[in-house]
Ligand binder design. Structure first.
Ligand SMILES: Nc1ncnc2c1ncn2[C@@H]1O[C@H](COP(=O)(O)OP(=O)(O)O)[C@@H](O)[C@H]1O
Ligand SMILES: [Mg+2]
Length: 223
């Protein structure tokens, strides 16, 4: 499903110094796995997820996703991957605040199917399945943070991705909601979606079948 080969990422900071965010990272993830990567703030977790999610070309190394060397393809190929094959979930939800739950979830499917009606039907079905049937027409600003993250998870799966990438998805949630959201990821994984989560919390990471550690841009036991 995923293979990173000796991926290195360097940035220039404001002082024009070179910062090495990832150092020679190699990782293999099989289809159907639930993997978490745990590391402290600044260890390179978001960078690793952006590179994996076809959002950031690494300074060095290759990324194979579903058999393709994704950065050897044109940008339009990666845009298609992000829309159709990869679901993203973020700590801060990244929902569109002035749209209601239904329209937020439907949006990626409107883009792929071109049918607002079909997209909205599917969004409604998903939101109901995730216990948000009573929130369909509520704007994001009217939802609790736990509800917002469930809406974001619904949006991430509406195009039936093969892979979900989640960056600190429970960072703004209380322990109860964290448990609920992590159980949702586990359920999606049981339904066949490969899930990769990055977090600084060991307890969150432990919901995954395989836990890897990232420290100072170096990944331990990438497999
Ligand atoms: N766009 C950027 N420009 C400069 N430095 C960056 C940039 N993105 C990340 N970094 C640096 O790379 C390192 C890893 O960052 P990040 O991947 O965000 O870590 P984490 O998500 O684990 O907190 C940090 O030192 C951070 O300051
Ligand atoms: Mg981060």
């Amino acid at each position: 499903m995923l293979e990173l080969n000796s991926v290195t990422q360097q940035f220039r900071n404001n002082q024009k110094e070179t910062v090495t965010a990832l150092s020679d990272v190699s990782l293999k993830v099989q289809e159907g796995e639930f993997v978490s990567i745990v590391g402290p703030s600044g260890s390179g977790k978001s960078t690793l997820l952006f590179i994996t999610g076809a959002l950031l070309r690494p300074t060095k190394g290759e990324v194979y996703l579903m058999g393709e060397d994704i950065y050897a393809h044109p940008a339009s190929y990666r845009a298609g991957l992000r829309l159709e094959r990869i679901g993203f979930v973020f700590q801060t939800f990244n929902l569109i605040p002035y749209l209601n739950a239904l329209d937020n979830v439907a949006l990626p499917a409107v883009l792929t199917t071109g049918s607002r009606r079909k997209a909205t039907e599917k969004a409604e079905e998903l939101l109901r399945r995730f216990g948000l049937g009573h929130r369909l027409n509520h704007r994001v600003s009217e939802l609790s943070v736990g509800e917002r993250q469930r809406v974001a998870i619904c949006r991430s799966v509406i195009n039936e991705p093969a892979l979900i990438l989640a960056d600190e998805p429970t960072g703004n949630l209380d322990p109860e909601m964290t448990h609920e959201v992590m159980n949702l990821f586990a359920e999606l994984n049981r339904n066949g979606i490969t899930v990769i989560i990055v977090t600084h919390e060991e307890a969150v990471a432990s919901y995954a079948e395989r836990v890897l550690h990232l420290r100072g841009g170096i990944l331990q036991n990438g497999g």
